[in-house]
Write a protein of this length. Sequence first.
Length: 459
Amino acid sequence: MPLTVHSRHPGIQSSTAQLRCRQLQAKTHAPQAASGFQMAANAAGMAVAAAAMLSSRCKTCRHFFGSDGGGSTYKSFDPADQLGVQDPLGFWDPLGFSADKDEATFKRRRAVEIKHGRISMYATMGYIVPEYFRFPGFLSPSLGIKFADVPNGLAALSKVPVLGGAQIIAFAGLIETTGFFQAESTTDGRGPRDGAFAMKDSTETGEPGNYGVGFPNFLGKVEDPEARKTKLAAELANGRLAMVAIIGMFFQNGLTGSAWGDWALYTASPLRAAATEAEAAAEKDVAPPPPPPFDPRCELGVMPPLDYFDPAGFCKRGDEEGFRNLRAAELKHGRVAMMAALGDVVQHYVKLPGFEKMPDGMKAAITAPGSYGLAALFLVSGALELTVWSQDPKKEVGDFGDPLGLGQYDIDMRNRELNNGRFAMFAALGIVVADLYTGNDGIVQLGLDYAWQETYKVR
């Protein structure tokens, strides 16, 4: 039976055809020897085909990503001599991707590396800049989303409208397919590859990453060869660092919940599981220390020149409840005394309608209709004491609200109130005692009433 050998080489095809002709001749002229001759011819044909296949295999070099088989420069191309071989690692290819020294495959990977590095540098800056600056105005006027409303980090993806995301993808695809609008057509250098989703970059057949626009700063090209080599090496190094950096930022964002989240928030870390369990066990075994005892010397009102002044020992160390009761009484009496001292001064010059004939000072409290006013004040004060001025144990002592909305209930104003209240209690007590003794109000006692001074001279 004849054997037909198919080969890509013309010489092999010619030999096969000659062999077939000889077989036919042998059948015609020597039928008695056909069997032996046919077996020999078949064996010779198989040997020729095997030699051709072996020769073809020996001349084929490995090609990744579907690069063409039109010859390889692997004998003269060395990845260790290309850009990116820098200190401290030098040529670093632990997985041996460049072991075959195929130039087309190397350029393909270099174009991908540069592209990912550039994107990562922008992404890294995009994580940092929004912490200090955001564009004014609206990201989406139709949806009412301002740039200031967009959070930093991965959470920003939830704020970008669907159409906005589609615009970003479309723009990136346009740049990708046109090579920054520098290619002759949208498919220039981007023919199909073997395999799904494989496509050539428009620069990998020449200088990977060089789109002719001065990327990434668009400020012009670098013409000096040495300066250009330095800048390209710096771009590769920075791009590699940015790829590692942005992956770290993504992980930190995802695990802590924010762009610059504290790693202490990542309580599910397996590295902290043992420490957390040990701390929890220790907390169960050891009771928390008791709070320090209450010390009245550390409370408000301890001011120069006397500082802490309690000669009678009313305030006991550790008795917070007793101190709060005494402080509430002090504040109330101080506030009443300040109003009383001020009222004793004002009533000398101002009379309310219907009280024009009332005497000054303490006599007004026992002379009708002033006595009626005293009774009314007593009843109103009692009602306020039982309702509005009832001390809330959850609030600071003396805090009965801020009806005027002054917002001045701070430590400084509270110390001032205590100081003035103490002084007013002495002043009011002195005014009352002097009034009862002399029959004159505070203004007359101070000699500020000129009519009284003329009467006194006459005497």
